[in-house]
Design a protein around this ligand. Sequence first.
Ligand code: GLN
Length: 305
Amino acid sequence: MVELLEQIIAECRPDIQKGSVATYIPELAKQDPNDFGIYVLSSDGSHYCAGDYMKPFTVQSIIKPVLLLLALMDNGTEEVRRHIGVEATGKPFDAINVSDKSLVSEHFNPMVNAGAIVICSLIRGKDYVERFERLLDLTRKLADNPNIDVDEAVYRSEKTHGFKNRALAYLLKAHGLLEDDVEDVLDCYFRACSIRICSRDLAHIGFVLANRGKTVRSETRLFPSEFARFVNAVLVTCGMYDGSGEFALRVGVPAKSGVGGGIMAVVPTRLGIGIYSPALNEKGNSIAGIHALELLSKRLYLGIF
Ligand code: GLN
């Protein structure tokens, strides 16, 4: 298995030339496009890894399924559905998907920025410091890594350069879709995107979703299985943004990408997979990462369709 992962890394490495690291958050432009790591965690407790699987990077949009999970745990499915849609937008992740006067919650899902910003406001806590701490705590538990923390430099860079997210959040507020103070909600969102993880952590988080709420070693249940079903369904249709349909054809499992270069894949009942390769395609998805998952899926018959 490790040999297979090494072969896949070698075969996909040339793809890196066809993509580029994210630059719209200046701090992300410092990433090394040649880093490439894969970590696979299996339901029998064994794990397989290759390349730079312990290399830290920021989670970016891969925090969105964790945000959704916490919102579900805090409010239940019905209340979450009252605030957010679950349909694919067919638009880029940061699209201002609205013609004036018609911004409605059904038009965005929790995996695009507008939806994730609304989801931040559904997390419980006396203030946004506490809400973020609860998110960080859940991330650490899912990843089975108490050392996960925020990359302060990326956080500052996000906060200073997140003009479009700011525009989106104010638009949500103007349309009555965001109750709380916009800057408080945005601060939570920017911090959430700046959480530093590695491929190993992503594999563990993906595994708990694959295992319907239970961790691999302790069999501890972290959340009810219906929430895993909810998150995984949204990941299949919306997890790779406007590349979700093609990803479903090529790979065929629930997955989430982030502009930090990570992809978390969920193979129901079988595996959690974490990949890191920061050169992105035009949709903001790791170009070599998708190819690697495609090869892995073919070799191990992972596709769920
Ligand atoms: N922090 C990024 C943003 O909000 C996350 C987007 C992403 O990973 N696609 O723009």
